[in-house]
Design a protein around this ligand. Structure first.
Ligand SMILES: NC(=O)c1ccc[n+]([C@@H]2O[C@H](COP(=O)([O-])OP(=O)(O)OC[C@H]3O[C@@H](n4cnc5c(N)ncnc54)[C@H](O)[C@@H]3O)[C@@H](O)[C@H]2O)c1
Length: 361
């Protein structure tokens, strides 16, 4: 009987979340025989005080720019060339801001193992060729011709790196891969639930960033906790409706996993989209200016996702059915003043009398 070699893992990305997940995967690799000890991490090279970030990570075992104050296990090796990092891997964990995924996939095409599998931790949509949105996992599968599962949840990177207890959701259609993916990710403080509703898990991870912008506007306008709770609830209802319209077949139960309501809450209280959106209202500066000033090289997903979603809604003449998503897009792009936000959701379809015989959700 052929003995199965330990599976090699490559983390494609090394930002805040990429580094936190590298800490977990590196630790699990050392503990589990069926995972190769050496975990490669693709690092987009940058100079930090005259020294290469990859050298700093490999010498100090710390990503001093994106996850300062947390040691990475020494078996996590930073590699500046993505092909070198990924070519021998059986499992590719994608964790880069979504705007870089297509370029990266074209660089990797034909250079990875044909039977490799992917796990995408990337939140956000990409613009489809010819208009509309593309799920990142679909882009990875289409370009690299490998299956791609997704991982989303209420997982602010710094808190995960602090080893505070939390949960996450893996969406994986293929039952053969779920247990292995769980093995590389799960720890006693980071608990994994695997579901087969892959697309809904991923769509939740993108849409919640739009709602978080709304929560930030509420904070910026000083409207308080009741208003913020209303925005979160209406946001959740629009998320459910969006899946119903554009990804039919999704399960309502998926919204109750960590990727759904839990991630939505944490993002609306703690995430960068909320923070920058609050500042957007208070300072009157543009989103781009604030991203540069406040995020130290990190990227903001909410406004970009809101734009993509708006494109989809407009195409189906459905903007009025999604007034929260629509208002947030208009505010981010300067078509509406933040002070007009609440007026756009006072007469939300959720507040209208429904006819139980004609309503599907
Ligand atoms: N940070 C979190 O708490 C968190 C949690 C869950 C999911 N996510 C998601 O994970 C993904 C990655 O986020 P992050 O927080 O690790 O990243 P980040 O925003 O902290 O960092 C940006 C990363 O992009 C890299 N980069 C910059 N220019 C690049 C280029 N041209 N090509 C390739 N890479 C480039 C930088 O080196 C850096 O590693 C995002 O989709 C995000 O939504 C983040």
């Amino acid at each position: 009987m052929a003995c199965t070699a330990p599976k090699k893992v490559c983390i494609v990305g090394s930002g805040n979340w990429g580094s936190a997940i590298a800490k977990i995967v590196g630790t699990n690799a050392l503990r589990q025989k069926h995972i190769d000890d050496r975990v490669t991490m693709y690092v987009y090279e940058e100079m930090i005080n005259g020294k290469k970030l990859t050298e700093i990570i490999n010498e100090q075992h710390e990503n001093v720019k994106y996850l300062p104050g947390h040691k990475l296990p020494p078996n996590v090796v930073a590699v500046p060339d993505v092909v070198d990092a990924a070519k021998d891997a059986d499992i590719l964990v994608f964790v880069i801001p979504h705007q870089f995924i297509r370029t990266l996939c074209s660089t990797l095409l034909g250079k990875i193992k044909p039977n490799a599998i992917a796990l995408s931790l990337i939140k956000g949509f990409d613009r489809a060729e010819g208009g509309g949105i593309d799920l990142i996992s679909h882009i990875i599968t289409r370009h690299l011709k490998i299956p791609c599962a997704v991982l989303m949840g209420a997982n602010l990177a710094n808190e995960v790196a602090d080893e505070n207890f939390c949960e996450t959701t893996i969406g994986c259609k293929d039952v053969r891969f779920g247990p292995l993916l769980r093995d590389i990710i799960q720890t006693d403080y980071f608990r994994v639930v695997v579901v087969d509703d892959e697309d809904t898990v991923e769509v939740c991870g993108a849409l919640k960033n739009i709602v978080a912008c709304g929560a930030g506007f509420v904070d910026g306008l000083g409207l308080g906790d009741n208003t913020k709770a209303a925005v979160i609830r209406l946001g959740l209802m629009e998320m459910v409706k969006f899946v119903d319209v554009f990804y039919p077949g999704g399960k309502l139960s998926t919204f109750f996993e960590s990727c759904g309501v839990a991630d939505l809450i944490t993002t609306c209280y703690g995430g960068r989209n909320r923070k920058v959106s609050e500042a957007f209202v208070k300072t009157g500066k543009s989103i781009k200016e604030l991203e540069d000033e406040m995020l130290n090289g990190q990227k903001l997903q909410g406004p970009f996702t809101a734009e993509e979603v708006n494109y989809m809604l407009k195409n189906k003449s459905m903007e009025d059915k999604f007034p929260l998503f629509t208002a947030i897009h208009k505010i981010c792009t300067g078509q509406l003043r933040p002070a007009g936000f609440i007026d756009c959701i006072r007469n939300h379809p959720e507040h209208m009398v429904k006819n139980p015989e004609t309503e599907s959700i």
